[in-house]
Design a protein around this ligand. Structure first.
Ligand code: NAD
Length: 405
């Protein structure tokens, strides 16, 4: 919210709208009874928050995690609102969560939990009102259950009620790679803008899951040198460049980088402060803080993860002249192709992967340029420009629609 406040002040946002945009529109808490495999009933707490729906249906993932809180879900829903506005897709923002430990549950318990949670929030959901997607510990399988439960309630198959579905069930080609692909596209643009060559650019990547590994593979294909990768088990440095496809094959087989010895091991903290051209955090939030921001040597940071930099660290990175591609742009490729999935489901006509990638690239490039122009115009960094653009787009729609009495 401190970033929101800063951008709102620069935009001179009127006090009424400021109050409207600082609040979530709707917050729902549900209790979810689930019959466990041993015959006992457990009750879980779940949330769905719609932060803003002025620009279109709310869009946001569902996470299953023991640490989920209503406050966290609310913050993530706000983030989705700004992210959709930055890339100018016609969605608002939402998020959902259930406090549970999916790793300790069987597949059938997870299915019952998902279906009961879906039915508890069914009145909020719908292709025209709120469209979930996968998030922490949820996946295509879970989305298929959400879609089926919703369809059973309304009496007909409604694929457009969720995105991130299996391709056989109305999912989009290119969705799985979309976030990493978006990171690759905006990193290339940042290098172009800074007059840095693409070939041989050194990149360190924290997180080697969906976002990090895809970004690594695509950037390597563009001629960049991925000199460091890391996950929750291991971080590796190889000055000659890591063979990304080989590392991905290792993770596919062993589920982590553990045991992949083709490089020098280093600590996760040291990976962040390597002398590289680009740092791509793609794992966790709050990894670049006031404690380590001063030691970061990368010229560009591409925020693949949500919230990898704390608000307090922003000014340190600014002082060092580091060009930060903010998360609400850098990782917006995923929600952009989710939007394509929703469009394809509603139209009942499916695109080729090339067309998906082409349209994704057009949106990412355009959005990056919008932010760059705004940042020059107002002499602010890319993050503040992103918030300014997002807030002004949402605010414009509120002004046009007025306050319903
Ligand atoms: P993932 O679960 O596929 O991968 C996460 C990776 O981070 C794994 O390699 C894991 O080992 C690593 N990791 C976890 N803890 C770590 C630690 N302490 N140090 C180093 N590495 C660690 O998740 P993902 O889908 O790739 O998402 C990564 C980030 O990107 C998250 O912040 C997520 O919110 C964000 N994001 C993802 C998408 C998407 O489409 N997948 C879209 C937008 C934002």
């Amino acid at each position: 919210m401190s970033r929101f406040d800063k951008a709102a002040e620069l935009l001179d946002l009127e006090p009424g709208l400021y109050k409207v945009l600082r609040q979530a529109e709707k917050q729902v808490i549900v209790s979810i009874p689930v019959m466990m495999d041993n015959g006992e009933v457990s009750v879980y707490e779940g949330y769905r928050v719609q932060y803003n729906t002025s620009r279109g249906p709310a869009k946001g993932g569902i996470r299953f995690d023991p640490q989920v809180t209503l406050e966290e879900v609310k913050a993530l829903a706000a983030w989705m609102t700004w992210k959709c506005a930055v890339v100018n897709i016609p969605f608002g923002g939402s998020k959902g969560g259930v406090i549970c430990d999916p790793l300790a549950m069987s597949a059938s318990e997870l299915e019952r939990l998902t279906r009961r949670y879906t039915s508890a929030i069914i009145n909020m959901l719908g292709p025209d009102s709120d469209v979930p997607a996968p998030d922490v510990n949820t996946n295509e399988r879970v989305m298929a259950w959400v879609m089926d439960t919703y369809s059973m309630h309304v009496g007909h198959t409604t694929t457009a009620v969720v995105t991130g579905k299996p391709v056989e069930l109305g999912g989009s080609l290119g969705r799985r790679e979309a976030t990493g692909r978006g990171c690759m596209i905006v990193t290339k643009q940042a290098l172009e803008h800074l007059g840095m060559p693409l070939k041989g650019t050194n990149i360190a990547i924290q997180g080697f899951g969906n976002v990090g590994s895809v970004a690594a593979r695509l950037l390597a294909r563009e001629g960049c040198k991925i000199v460091a990768i890391g996950d929750r088990t291991t971080s590796l440095y190889n000055a000659n460049g890591i063979d990304v496809d080989d590392a991905i094959a290792h993770v596919a087989k062993h589920r982590s980088l553990d045991g992949y010895g083709k490089g020098d091991t280093l600590s996760g903290a040291d990976l962040l402060t390597l002398d590289v051209d680009v740092l791509l955090p793609a794992a966790l939030e709050n990894v670049i803080t006031t404690k380590n921001a001063g030691d970061i040597r990368a010229r560009v940071i591409c925020e693949g993860a949500n919230g990898p930099t704390t608000a307090a660290a922003d000014s340190i990175l600014d002082e060092k002249g580091i060009f930060v591609i903010p998360d609400i742009l850098a990782n917006a490729g995923g929600v952009t192709v989710s939007y394509f999935e929703w469009v394809q489901d509603r139209g009942g006509y499916f695109w080729t992967e090339n067309l998906v990638n082409e349209r994704l690239e057009a949106i990412m490039r355009h959005s990056f340029q919008d932010l760059l122009d705004l940042s020059k115009q107002h002499r602010v960094n890319m993050r503040t420009a992103a918030y300014m653009l997002a807030i002004s787009r949402v605010a414009t729609v509120h002004r046009l629609r007025g306050v319903y009495a």
